[in-house]
Design a protein around this ligand. Structure first.
Ligand SMILES: [Zn+2]
Length: 577
């Protein structure tokens, strides 16, 4: 079996993520990880919190907490929500970990020794009262173009004009409001991406199987305007990975840290090392996933992310890896496939973390179990284009797909069996034409489902799975064992036996989408047999033999009533307090 490394874009630390964030990376990555594990592959599924940078510092200050304490608490909040949504990470790490500090400095040093890091003198706005340099977006003032009074130093929100902080009229610090600002000289490290452009370009060109959404974004950044630019990798901040360290091939970088875009993707590696530490293993255990000189050459590495993260993952992080590999020592794994997503919109507008608009992960779990959300989000994933969450659509999807199709099938057949044969798989009878046709149709549906999952076509996989559930319902409807029972109990027993086996098979196939319901179905069938069907579907549909005891499961999915939907619609229409 193959080895698969899967990473989800790492969520930023300053707050709880909304459902749009979830469906753009973590959730589809989890779907794929669960599927590959079910198929018997060896999987390493990694995510983490992205903890460095100015927004974390500011959020901590707002919460009145030291930034390290704030990040530790918010990490635990996000980890708990990930567990709530059943995200099956092998490790959920922290970009502030000692492992990531060491790896980030290692990569910076190696790149520096290859001549791929430049020291650049810059003028930057310094706030005397805040005693710090201010990033562009933390300077506010009046827009010289439209007169809007709260324009940011990088862009005017009102007229969208791109700005430099020095363009602003009456500039002030967005942190303190202080106007005692001055321009000071400072020095920063730049990753010389331009000198790696040829290699990155050739590498992108070799990825003929990547989605156009991914490669078109990469090519735009490579070629548009002046093309790929060198990029600053340091910031004047306290909270982060120190840019001056023992062995660094530069000096004078005290008081600076690496810019969050540089250290965050390195945390994919860092978190895998954290996993080895947490499970009491040595370095070889994580290096065999990441270093092609240490056994990772047979690993297939897939990244999941929203489209806004594509430039970093197609250009900047690969520049780090390609540049470091030039040193000839450790050889690091480049990504094999990038699965990127468009945006999920919310009820006629956008989800917004800053404005608190939409449904957030904690709110979602407070009103309904994870499976309901997982099913809707994955079956409506913004793959080909942006998609939209509406409460009506959510209600319809849950009630029809989950309750009326899958839930109804499980409930109907188990209750029928209990009533006529008791809670054991009945014996007797043989399969007729209808049963054989069903087995064949399930085989064909399964092949389609697997093809969609292998290709990471999330929406199509959901449709395929739903079609498999529909087959069971249609079969029950037309075979009607409750009618057959009156004249031919043995035939009804055979039909029931097949249907109960279908419950087990549905549990196994549905587990990547709705893991809790799948577990409840297996528990009801009193089996731990989670084997994915092999060549013979007929064999898989004979896993529960006659005489096998089961318990009739509780209602798998409850329906969403109109009043509830209206209530939620109202409750989540405004801005989160
Ligand atoms: Zn303006």
């Amino acid at each position: 079996m193959a080895r698969h490394l899967i990473t989800s874009a790492i969520p930023y630390i300053n707050g709880i993520k909304h459902l749009g964030n979830l469906v753009g990376s973590q959730l589809p990555a989890d779907l794929y990880a669960r599927y590959l594990r079910a198929r018997g592959h060896e999987v390493m599924f990694i995510c983490a919190t992205d903890e460095h940078g100015t927004p974390a510092e500011l959020a901590a200050a707002k919460a009145g907490k030291p930034v390290a304490e704030y990040c530790a608490e918010m990490h635990e909040v996000q980890a708990e929500l990930a567990r709530g949504f059943r995200l099956s990470f092998d490790h959920f790490g922290r970009s502030s970990s000692p492992r990531n500090h060491a790896l980030t400095q290692y990569f910076a040093q190696t790149l520096g020794e290859q001549g791929l890091i430049a020291e650049v003198a810059e003028s930057q706005v310094f706030s005397i009262d805040d005693n710090r340099f201010l990033p562009d977006r933390y300077i506010e003032g009046t827009c010289p173009n439209c007169g809007y009074e709260r324009a940011r130093g990088d862009q005017c929100e009102n007229c969208t004009k791109q700005l430099d902080p020095t363009d602003l009229v009456n500039p002030r610090s967005a942190i303190s409001g202080s106007t005692r600002l001055e321009v000071r000289e400072t020095k920063h490290l730049y990753l010389r991406q331009r000198s790696l452009k040829g290699e990155i370009s050739a590498w992108i060109d070799s990825k003929t199987d990547w989605p156009v959404l991914t490669t078109s974004i990469a090519r735009k950044w490579l070629n548009d305007g002046d093309g790929l630019q060198d990029r600053g990798i340091t910031r004047d901040l306290q909270w982060g990975v120190p840019a001056q360290f023992e062995g660094a091939p530069w000096s004078g970088m005290e008081g600076k840290v690496f810019y969050v875009w540089f250290d965050a993707p390195i945390e994919y590696i860092g978190a895998t090392a954290e996993w080895a530490d947490a499970t009491g293993q040595d370095d070889a255990a994580w290096q065999r996933w990441w270093r092609t000189d240490k056994g990772a050459d047979d690993v297939t590495y897939t990244e999941f992310m929203g489209k806004d993260n594509v430039p970093f993952h197609t250009l900047s992080f690969p520049a780090t890896i390609i540049g470091a590999n030039r040193a000839g020592g450790a050889q690091w794994k480049l990504v094999d496939y990038i699965k990127s997503f468009n945006y999920l919109n919310y009820d006629g507008g956008q989800f917004s973390t800053s404005q608190g608009r939409g449904v957030f992960m904690d709110q979602a779990l407070s009103i309904l179990p994870a499976d309901y959300w997982r099913w809707w989000l994955l079956s409506h994933a913004p793959e080909g284009a942006d998609s939209e969450f509406t409460w009506e659509n959510f209600q319809t999807s849950v009630n029809k797909d989950l309750a009326d199709v899958l839930g109804n099938f499980v409930s109907r057949i188990t209750k029928f069996c209990r009533g006529k044969f008791g809670e054991t798989v009945p014996e007797g009878g043989t399969y007729g034409a209808q049963e054989l046709a069903l087995i064949e149709a399930v085989g064909a549906g399964l092949a389609s489902y697997q093809a969609s999952m292998d290709a990471m076509m999330v929406r199509r996989a959901a449709q395929d799975l739903r079609a498999l559930w529909v087959l069971g319902n249609e079969y029950l409807q037309s075979a009607a064992p409750w009618t057959v029972f009156k004249t031919d109990p043995a035939q009804a027993a055979a039909q029931t036996r097949l249907s109960l086996n279908l419950v087990r098979l549905y549990a196994v196939l549905s587990e990547p989408f709705i893991p809790d319901a799948a577990a409840a179905m297996l528990e009801g069938m009193q089996t731990t047999n989670r084997d994915w069907p092999g060549e013979s579907v007929a064999e898989a549909l004979a896993a529960l033999p006659a005489g096998h005891a089961f318990t009739t499961p509780e209602v798998l999915f409850r329906k969403i009533a109109d009043e509830e939907r209206e209530d939620w619609q109202k409750r989540f229409s405004g801005i989160r307090s």
